[in-house]
Design a binder for this molecule. Structure first.
Ligand SMILES: [Zn+2]
Ligand SMILES: [Zn+2]
Length: 244
């Protein structure tokens, strides 16, 4: 039945590649292959090249970030990528989570960051209920689920919650206001946290990979990391498709 519905929908609303207009999918194989995958990682605080993606020593000593590093899979200057992300987030084309997560997976495999280490755990940046209702899905969580499934890394999408509603960071111009907007926005879901140490979703001593779609300012991801740090993870990393 589901297949019939999909077949009917495809006939009524044919899909066209966002890159070249070819029919059948929102992103054809050739256009997908043309999206750049970044090869180099940088200290997210000063921009200095960092082969492992770690925050550089100087910034670590100066700012004491809760994040070990930020990994960015592709380039925001790529117009096709930008269009895909807009369609995903604002035209609510949920299935674009598939190519977008593949971009992140390609990047991770290139970087050899993920060695199917049992210590990894994925946590998507949560949305407030109000925004979740508006969009119908959490764009970061769908990406996280795809990546988790593909790489076999457990995902904990309940431990981190939004404590209050905020304006989207992208809509705020001043750096200072952005910082105030996101400060203390997240909280730990204590019900989830109280699970036993044997639970694969427990984050103590794990290497957390926080996942977001675009990183506008690093303050959202840093706030998430600050909130999770008291639970004793070994490291907290952030990962996004692009830095906008
Ligand atoms: Zn195409
Ligand atoms: Zn630095």
């Amino acid at each position: 039945m589901k297949r019939v519905i999909h077949w009917l929908l495809d006939i009524l609303f044919p899909k066209y590649c966002l890159g070249c207009n070819k029919e059948n999918s929102y992103l054809c194989k050739d256009c997908f292959a043309a999206i750049p995958i970044l090869q180099n990682a940088h200290c997210f605080l000063c921009g200095l090249r960092s082969p492992t993606g770690h925050v550089c020593k100087k910034c670590k000593n100066k700012f004491h970030p809760a994040l070990s590093g930020l990994l960015i899979a592709s380039n925001w200057n790529n117009l096709l990528l930008r269009q895909i992300i807009y369609k995903y987030k604002y035209s609510f084309i949920k299935e674009l989570s598939q190519p977008l997560s593949q971009i992140i997976i390609k990047f991770l495999l290139n970087l050899n960051f993920i060695l199917l280490n049992s210590q990894f755990i994925i946590i998507p940046v949560p949305l407030h209920k109000r925004r979740l209702q508006w969009r119908g899905f959490n764009q970061a969580e769908l990406l996280a689920q795809e990546i988790s499934g593909f790489l076999g890394i457990p995902i904990n999408n309940q431990i981190l919650e939004r404590a209050r509603y905020t304006l989207p960071q992208a809509e705020i111009k001043s750096k200072q206001e952005r910082y105030q907007n996101i400060k203390n926005v997240f909280k730990v879901n204590e019900k989830i946290n109280s699970t036993s140490l044997n639970n694969p979703l427990n984050i103590k001593s794990k290497i957390i990979i926080l996942i977001d779609d675009i990183c506008t300012t690093t303050s959202t991801l840093e706030e998430c990391a600050k909130t999770l740090k008291p639970l004793g993870p070994k490291e907290i990393w952030a990962l996004a498709i692009a830095r906008g």
